[in-house]
Ligand binder design. Structure first.
Ligand code: ZN
Length: 364
């Protein structure tokens, strides 16, 4: 329907970017969209192909794949769930401006995020005490989550981080108390560890949640509700939240070799009400026959813990990317976080092709 379409050319300045880029804004049903061709141009994808409703953008180190009427977007094979589906209007393929600014921009240019690498990690084992969480015959979510957190604590301490646990034993800690505990830490990130349960036993794999930006629905709800429009304190960390989720999820998927259920959005209390960047990991399904056997093995839980460490190191490196050697020298021992000065400090690990193998390539 042509009548509902309004095109406006606007200049959008992303934080920290000196040059303006002229984006065409297309309004559909009260929402702003931008042409995918302009996304390709802005982020220097040198090859763009559109066959039918499939989108394939390729640059020197990066590949973006998506399709019309889908919320799935793949960056170097890593799965993201968009807040709104990609749409096609008058033969033009469009992405929501919200997904451009709240996902694509911070993920592709993490060095533009105005945040420092972190020194402290708050690890949050889900549930505890009478609250068992999901259960299988091989054990309870609360116990598996605590075990992963304790393993991650040991690895993070060895790597030079300060580590704080919201619970270190089998006790119930209210969600609000976990949030206020996290908020007392400075220069910190929050990592909550959970395991999933599904109605169908086929559901399996790992997913990572990042706080939903204001004005977008949670991934698992069908429609926008009034509460999705309310401001949440956690949204002050929108760019860090999605960058941290990307770093940790990429480490989980590459490390564990499990089904990638994607990076999703939710408004869990521990993400919504916290002032430090945070993610919530669902490390597999206790209702899935394969996942639950894996989760019950110490080897798998150690891999999960290692992925948390690698993800946080990768997050710190990403925030530090493209700084000059002089700037790094100044920052060393000062505000740069642990792991931010090691080899490869200028690279965003999760999306580097050599580190993250594209599924399409691995099949050849
Ligand atoms: Zn849980």
């Amino acid at each position: 329907m042509r009548s509902g379409r309004i095109c406006v050319a606007v200049l959008i300045f992303f934080a920290g970017q000196g040059l303006a880029f002229q984006w065409t804004l297309v309004k559909r049903e009260g929402r702003d969209y931008v042409p995918i061709e302009e996304v390709a141009k802005f982020y220097s994808f040198t090859q763009a192909s559109y066959s039918g409703d499939n989108i394939n953008l390729e640059g020197s180190t990066l590949r973006m794949v998506g399709s019309v009427n889908s919320r799935e977007l793949y960056l170097n094979g890593l799965k993201f769930i968009l807040s709104f589906p990609i749409i096609k209007v008058d033969d033009q393929i469009l992405m929501s401006r919200m997904d451009l600014s709240k996902l694509v921009e911070p993920v592709l240019r993490p060095e533009k995020i105005l945040a420092k690498p972190v020194h402290t990690v708050v690890l949050d084992a889900g549930h505890g005490g009478f609250d068992q969480g999901a259960q299988s015959l091989l054990g309870s979510e609360k116990d598996f989550a605590l075990d992963v957190v304790q393993r991650a604590r040991d690895l993070l301490l060895k790597a030079g981080f300060n580590v704080r646990l919201t619970r270190s034993g089998d006790v119930f800690v209210p969600l609000e108390d976990r949030v206020s505990f996290a908020d007392r830490q400075s220069n910190a990130v929050f990592v909550s560890v959970h395991f999933n349960a599904g109605a169908r036993e086929e559901a399996g794999g790992v997913e990572t949640y990042s706080l939903a930006p204001r004005g977008v629905p949670s991934t698992n709800s069908l429609n926008l509700t009034l509460s999705d429009l309310q401001p949440c304190i956690g949204n002050i960390r929108d760019p860090e939240n999605i960058a941290l989720a990307t770093a940790i999820h990429a480490a989980l998927i590459t490390r564990l070799g499990v089904n990638d259920r994607g990076i999703k959005r939710a408004r869990f209390i521990v993400l919504r009400d916290s002032t430090i960047p945070g993610v919530l990991i669902e490390g597999g399904f206790l209702t899935n026959p394969l996942d639950r056997v894996r989760i019950a093995t110490p080897v798998y839980r150690q891999l999960l813990a290692q992925a948390i460490l690698r993800g946080i190191l990768s997050y710190n490196r990403a925030l530090n990317r493209e700084r000059t050697p002089e700037q790094k020298m100044v920052k060393r021992g000062d505000s740069s976080g642990p792991g931010s000065n090691d080899a490869g400090a200028s690279v965003w690990d999760p999306l580097r092709p050599n580190v993250y193998t594209l599924p399409e390539e691995s099949r050849k």
